[in-house]
Ligand binder design. Structure first.
Ligand SMILES: Nc1ncnc2c1ncn2[C@@H]1O[C@H](COP(=O)(O)OP(=O)(O)OP(=O)(O)O)[C@@H](O)[C@H]1O
Ligand SMILES: [Mg+2]
Length: 259
């Protein structure tokens, strides 16, 4: 289902992002994510989390600094080549689902496969498999307004993983959900990770962050802590000792907390 890369899935070096108007949303971010990791990105509102995720997902380019995704130097790629890289390697899940209203769950998931060069029939089959994977085999023909919030987020996750991406990026996937639906979405992410998908999750939920094997904390556009929990296990990850940094005196909240 996933591919093994000799190089890290994500390598950011000295990444800055300035928006027009002079906002420096990211200021010199270094981040390496290895295949099989499951990490939380945490930090206050406006600290640059979504900006970081968009750059990692190649939806946006940095103002300066290096970005390598699955070994490819993003700066060297045309927009077209970048879309191809994205459709092959990256899946996105957003807080507000971003489903197409009025069409079935199956069609929503199949839409995510449009640029993979598959036939319409094959896209439909893969969409069905992805929906079964997230426990919605009996909701294929439901349209978004006929689904609960948690089910909508499952459709969004199915859409993100239908193309078997190496890297799944989720921006507050539980933010719009009640506790039980949020928990089941997190369970699903753990399962996908156990199957080999590398996952980065932005979350405001301290419990969720603490339950993941790695937490990257960002403040004012800078990574201020990068902590691994010895107590949690990342399935399939050879991540031990890879660049873990925890500046002295920071992020005590992330350490020693088990599920
Ligand atoms: N398109 C844009 N144009 C100008 N400024 C932007 C743009 N997008 C984000 N910003 C600014 O960049 C900073 C970082 O924004 P970002 O969306 O990455 O924050 P965040 O950590 O995801 O916050 P939240 O938790 O509220 O989602 C903020 O100050 C924001 O106002
Ligand atoms: Mg955000």
């Amino acid at each position: 289902m996933t591919h093994t890369h000799p190089s890290p899935v994500v390598e950011l070096s000295g990444v800055t992002k300035e928006y027009p108007g002079g906002v420096a949303a990211l200021r010199g971010v270094d981040l390496t994510v290895s295949g099989g990791e499951l990490l939380a990105i945490v930090g206050p509102s406006g600290s640059g989390k979504s900006t970081l995720l968009h750059i990692v997902g190649t939806l946006d380019r940095p103002t300066a600094g290096g970005v390598r995704i699955a070994g490819h130097d993003v700066a060297a790629l045309s927009d077209r080549a970048l879309s191809a890289l994205r459709s092959r390697h990256v899946g996105f899940v957003f807080q507000s689902f971003h489903l197409v209203p009025g069409v079935s769950a199956r069609a929503n998931v199949a839409e995510g496969l449009l640029y993979c060069g598959l036939s319409r029939a094959e896209r439909g089959r893969r969409a069905e498999r992805a929906l079964e994977r997230v426990g919605l085999g009996d909701r294929m023909d439901h349209r978004p307004h006929e689904l609960s919030g948690g089910q909508k987020q499952r459709v969004a996750i199915a859409r993100a993983v239908a193309g078997a991406p190496d890297l799944l990026l989720a921006d507050e996937p539980t933010g719009a959900l009640d506790t039980a639906s949020g928990e089941s979405v997190m369970e699903l992410l753990h399962e996908l990770n156990a199957d080999g998908t590398t996952i980065a999750v932005i979350t405001h939920d301290h419990e969720i962050a603490a339950s993941l094997p790695r937490q990257v904390r960002i403040r004012d556009g800078e990574i201020v802590a990068d902590v691994r929990n010895a107590a949690t296990v990342t399935a399939g990850s050879g991540a031990a000792g890879l660049g873990a940094t925890a500046p002295a005196g920071s992020a005590a909240a992330g350490t020693g907390v088990a599920e």
